[in-house]
Design a binder for this molecule. Structure first.
Ligand code: PMV
Length: 361
């Protein structure tokens, strides 16, 4: 599929008004996307677990305008209150997707959105937020053209979400989503995420992700800047190649349920992501001292008890603690006894693998 497959057939026009709504989850990458080409094309393929509890709920009420506007007309309400701060991000998103969903300019939109996790928890809401909004836009498209298939709907929702925030394209479906052209998966694409097509062992069903909120403040360096710094990065090519190799290795790991190999790949990916930040120019560090305390505690506990528990990181200081269902009690006890002390105000979120977005209106 190419970009042209997603251009809207403008024989369909908005005739009245309506309301659509979606709840879209966040996701956590196992093989990380870090570095991009123009138009939100990833420099390397990635794969993620779709989450369940961390989600954004968005409804869009649309009403046909009397005459087509040259700009987008929308109001934004975040957690019940009109919000101006997020409007520029949504304006930029709409400009990027205009070509594919031109009907948006023919209506006024009232966007109401809220997150299941606390604002400024240090958890990025861009993946779930852009995922939910892209799905709402697709529900409007579906009302105009009911003929589109479920597969086209999901692919285009992922395609649009990607234009808002790269990793958001992995927040439409679940439980494992691969994004970025990769030789091992023939339907893989740089344009949208696809469901992981191969066998996954029961060890990976119901995997848990307990998110330890180490630092709730604003990040010092945004992902946008971080991706940018992969241009001319001294280790960029080796890193991109490593992502392909790790995806190759994961195929066997998922099939066999090999938790030890899974841990090696996932932790190495997390540390490589941060190593890229530390070796770019300018260099920067997003981990905090408590991030390292937690990592060391996880390593000691794993060695002492042989429990298959590991960590991953996104572009921030928070730690995602990953463990299978079979060690749930032991892992939660360990987290409460030894890790929560490193969280800001003792805050953490218990999440797990999810099945993807749900329609709410
Ligand atoms: O979607 P962005 O542009 O915020 O990039 C996110 C990149 C990481 O979260 C660090 C890795 C990933 O693959 O999600």
């Amino acid at each position: 599929m190419t970009e042209n497959n997603f251009i809207f057939d403008d024989e369909f026009v908005i005739s009245s008004e309506g309301r659509v709504g979606w709840k879209a989850p966040s996701n956590i990458a196992l093989v990380k996307y870090w570095g991009k080409k123009p138009n939100q094309i990833p420099a390397n393929p990635s794969i993620s677990f779709t989450l369940d509890a961390c989600a954004t709920t968005t409804t869009v009420t649309y009403k046909k305008l009397d005459k087509i506007s040259s700009d987008f007309s929308f109001d934004l309400f975040f957690e019940g209150k009109e919000n101006q701060d997020f409007k520029p991000k949504i304006q930029t998103f709409f400009e990027r997707i205009d070509k594919y969903v031109p009907f948006l300019k023919s209506c006024h939109l009232k966007i109401e959105t809220s997150n299941s996790f606390p604002h400024s928890s240090g958890i990025a809401s861009s993946a779930s937020g852009m995922g939910a909004l892209a799905l709402c836009v697709m529900s409007i498209e579906k009302q105009l053209n009911p003929e589109i298939t479920q597969s086209y709907f999901n692919r285009k929702a992922s395609f649009l979400a990607r234009l808002g925030s790269g990793s958001a394209c992995r927040s439409i479906e679940g439980p494992f989503i691969q994004w970025g052209k990769y030789g091992g998966i023939k339907e893989s694409s740089n344009l949208f995420g696809v469901s992981y097509p191969f066998k996954v062992h029961s060890n990976f069903m119901n995997y848990h992700d307990t998110i330890l909120l180490v630092h709730k403040g604003q990040k010092t360096v945004s992902s946008t800047v971080g991706h940018e710094l992969m241009h001319n990065h001294p280790f960029a090519n080796q890193r991109f190649e490593q992502a392909h190799n790790n995806l190759d290795k994961l195929e066997q790991v998922f099939e066999k349920g090999d938790l030890n190999e899974f841990i090696k790949i996932v932790e190495s990916e997390a540390l490589t992501l941060h190593a890229m930040m530390m070796t770019s120019l300018p260099y920067f560090i997003l981990m905090k001292p408590n991030t390292l305390e937690i990592i060391n505690k996880i390593w000691s506990f794993r060695e002492a008890t042989n429990t298959p528990i590991c960590f991953t990181l996104d572009a921030g200081a928070n730690v995602h603690v990953l463990y299978p269902e079979m060690v749930k009690e032991k892992a939660i006890q360990f987290i409460q006894d030894e890790l929560v002390v490193y969280c800001e105000n003792g805050h953490y979120i218990c999440d797990r693998i999810g099945q993807g977005a749900t329609k709410i209106a």
